[in-house]
Design a protein around this ligand. Structure first.
Ligand SMILES: CC(=O)SCCNC(=O)CCNC(=O)[C@H](O)C(C)(C)COP(=O)(O)OP(=O)(O)OC[C@H]1O[C@@H](n2cnc3c(N)ncnc32)[C@H](O)[C@@H]1OP(=O)(O)O
Length: 409
């Protein structure tokens, strides 16, 4: 679709094949990166982008009609409470030229992307955010979180004795290619909030493309375990091991892999991003050996189709509530009845009945995976209703595992 308006030189369009080098250049500039992706990386990226939809805004009044903004989404599978895997619209590469910022171009692109998502019946949109203040106005809320940790190997004293065999081996290329995507998919299917990486993402990850590292770091070392893997690189400047991926489908794999990582000789510290409820500190005699240096919002979520989204997950307690949802951006606002049966499955429907609770779509999206509790949200004044109804919604939405996505996109 192309929509040049009569006197508006800024035209929202789908890109032409020849636009991609310019799109990548705009993106690198907007994200303050040193340079755009070269040859092979551009092709891999285009293959990913081709699975969704890209929009650009062209300044038709300028010489050469430069592209001044870009936004795209690709399908991103996310595991929801109960184990279902939902295809979400993964918004990414959102860039507006410094010359055209704060003139509504992001809003215009998102309005078009939102229209496309609704036309494709997608239940959610997701993103990883560059800044925390941008996306709530469009109905996104932070929904999964991670801890950035630092462990000094000598301080990591496991409560259990080391086995005679570590059960972990460094993998060669062939072993990595065979094992890693399969065990990642197995792990992701069992972890709320996890992203199952589409096939088109793996070539770039396996090739360890330049944008994934800097000139001071080694390539990725893959530690393989029957039920997991860890991929880390060494930063030569301070001899730290930077864990890029840590995937353990069983508690034993988690212990075995961490034991090897925290046993790396000549390494000053191991740094990783882990779920906020990761058991690693509890496996050590001194939990403070795992120093939490930061907490990030990993994955943002926006419920696009309230009925579909509410019915996709399962719930921890039965109940019946009418939610009055506010939406300042899209078409999601209104009252919905959520009814959860004894087996934890739900039905949802629009209703004219009186509401028990009022909440906006971004706050509900933040609660959806269980990364923020209803009690926290209510304490922040972002749910309105009687205490009993707040408590009931809290019991219904409760999860026993903190959501963790494990993939930046
Ligand atoms: C999913 C991702 O890709 S995250 C990456 C986002 N991109 C980047 O960070 C790259 C660098 N930044 C940019 O390219 C641009 O500054 C963007 C994309 C963040 C914003 O684009 P703009 O065209 O300037 O935004 P636009 O003018 O449409 O603003 C829309 C609204 O968001 C607000 N907004 C825009 N940027 C920000 C920000 N950084 N922080 C807070 N609010 C913001 C505006 O005030 C406006 O609010 P309103 O409509 O409610 O009054």
């Amino acid at each position: 679709m192309s929509e040049p308006e009569s006197n508006d030189p800024l035209s929202l369009e789908r890109p032409r094949g020849t636009d991609w080098p310019e799109i990548l250049a705009i993106d690198a500039r907007a994200f303050a990166l040193p340079k755009p992706l070269p040859g092979d990386e551009m092709i891999e990226f285009r293959n990913r982008a081709g699975e969704g939809d890209t929009v650009v805004i062209r300044d038709t009044a300028s010489d050469g009609q430069p592209i001044v903004a870009v936004s795209l989404y690709f399908p991103v599978p996310v595991t929801v409470p109960g184990g279902g895997i939902a295809t979400t619209a993964g918004l990414s590469w959102v860039s507006v030229s410094a010359t055209h910022r704060r003139r509504g171009l992001l809003r215009r692109m998102l309005t078009e992307q939102y229209r496309t998502w609704r036309a494709h019946d997608l239940p959610f949109a997701t993103l990883t955010a560059s800044e925390g203040g941008i996306y709530e106005r469009f109905g996104f809320g932070p929904a999964a979180f991670s801890h950035q940790i630092r462990v000094e190997p000598p301080a990591a004293d496991f409560r259990t004795p080391a086995p005679a065999d570590s059960r972990v081996r460094y993998g060669n290329q062939e072993q990595i290619a065979k094992h890693v995507p399969a065990v990642h998919a197995r792990w992701a299917a069992g972890r709320t909030g996890a992203i199952t990486r589409p096939d088109t993402w793996w070539p770039s990850i396996m090739a360890d493309r330049s944008f994934r590292r800097n000139s001071q770091t080694s390539g990725l070392h893959y530690l393989l375990h029957a039920d997991g893997y860890a991929a880390y690189r060494i930063d030569a400047r301070d001899k730290t091991a930077l864990v890029g991926d840590f995937v353990a489908a069983t508690p034993q794999a988690h212990t075995d892999l961490w034991r090897v990582l925290t046993g790396l000789d000549l390494v000053s510290a191991v740094k990783a991003s882990i779920p906020v409820d990761d058991p690693l500190p509890l496996k050590l005699r001194n939990a403070r050996a795992v120093e939490v240096q930061g907490r990030s919002d990993e994955l943002w979520l926006s419920i696009l189709d309230v009925v579909k989204a509410l019915e996709l997950r399962t719930y921890a307690a039965p109940g019946d509530l009418v939610l009055d949802i506010a939406d300042g951006f899209g078409d999601r606002g209104g009252r919905y009845r959520l009814t959860v049966a004894d087996d934890g499955t739900a039905t949802a429907a629009r209703t004219d009945d009186d509401a028990h609770l009022a909440i906006d779509i971004a706050a509900l999206s933040s609660l959806y995976l269980g990364g923020i509790t209803v009690r926290q949200m209510a304490a922040a004044g972002r749910i309105d209703g009687a205490d009993d109804d707040v408590a009931l919604l809290g019991a219904m939405l409760a999860v026993d595992v903190a959501p963790f996505s494990g993939t930046f996109f």
